[in-house]
Design a protein around this ligand. Structure first.
Ligand SMILES: NC(=O)c1ccc[n+]([C@@H]2O[C@H](COP(=O)([O-])OP(=O)(O)OC[C@H]3O[C@@H](n4cnc5c(N)ncnc54)[C@H](OP(=O)(O)O)[C@@H]3O)[C@@H](O)[C@H]2O)c1
Length: 252
């Protein structure tokens, strides 16, 4: 650990589990976890984020999943990264139970087009008592919605785009979530920034230069004003930096 105290051999699971995450806004705490190259690309040359990571990055990824009640991702990320149900290690599931959480976080996918395949492993391999959640809109195609309702909890939380405040309310109603982890992609994170819903931003800086057309970790319309952050922690391994920022709400 480089900041706030230089420490050797930090366990990311223990460090992230020890953080306080209490939203004061009558909604769940929202944390995002994203990786980018030093020159800012959030996707590798193949258009995925997997090629940017390392074993330490995967450890931080698992550590953040370990504290989340729900993992939210955009439909593109779920398809490109071939999401399946989250299956934490036995020790993590045990610690979650001890904290009063479900043994594994639920996965929630955001989509209006509902091009999700009901036969995809995300749905096929999910436990029947923890089916994935699909957050969609009233504009969604009724036949696609019906097909997904046989494998997921589907909620319309917006007219033509998901309203993130309503989406968080739906996650609370379905799961009692107090911590929601958004794993991207950039278009999804960008909306959370604009709606000022990001309480904690975890960013991995991968020691690579890539150039190319890859998106930034948050993309889309700009937030006005910019959202101030305070640096909470920096971990480092193998040249990767793991930055934890908190939304600075002192002025709001
Ligand atoms: N660097 C990282 O840490 C990281 C993390 C995740 C992903 N990625 C990369 O990012 C890329 C994908 O990200 P992306 O930004 O293009 O897409 P994305 O955010 O994963 O997904 C966008 C899709 O999500 C749905 N969506 C998002 N917001 C919505 C809303 N408010 N209402 C309704 N639907 C909504 C829409 O799906 P429909 O079209 O189905 O309506 C939209 O097309 C991939 O290359 C992936 O590998 C990188």
């Amino acid at each position: 650990m480089l900041w706030p105290l230089p420490l050797e051999d930090v366990d990311p699971v223990a460090v992230h589990a020890g953080d306080e995450r209490r939203s004061r806004h009558g909604r769940p705490w929202v944390v995002t976890n994203m990786i980018a190259t030093v020159d800012g690309s959030a996707a590798d040359a193949a258009g995925r984020s997997g090629g940017l990571g390392s074993s330490a990055d995967r450890a931080v990824f698992r550590a953040l999943r370990a504290v989340a009640d729900v993992i939210v991702a955009g439909a593109t990320t779920v398809a490109v990264e071939d999401y399946g149900p989250s299956r934490p290690a036995a020790s993590i599931a045990r610690d979650r139970r001890a904290r009063g959480q479900q043994p594994a976080p639920r996965i929630a996918v955001v989509s209006t087009a509902l091009g999700l395949d009901p036969g995809a492993r995300l749905f096929r391999e999910a436990p029947p008592d923890a089916r994935p959640i699909v957050l969609t809109t009233e504009a969604a195609d009724p036949a696609r919605r019906r097909a997904l309702e046989s494998v997921a909890e589907v909620r319309a939380v917006g007219t033509d785009r998901v309203d993130w405040h309503r989406a968080l309310d739906a996650l609370v109603e379905l799961t009692g979530a107090t911590v929601v982890l958004c794993e991207g992609g950039p278009l999804t994170v960008g909306q959370l920034v604009v709606d000022d819903l990001v309480d904690e931003m975890c960013v991995t800086v991968a020691p690579q230069l890539l150039a190319g057309p890859g998106p930034r970790i948050a993309h889309g319309p700009a937030s006005t004003p910019a959202r101030p952050l305070v640096l909470d922690r920096v971990l480092c391994e193998d040249g990767f930096l793991f930055l934890r920022y908190l939304r600075d709400r002192t002025g709001s």
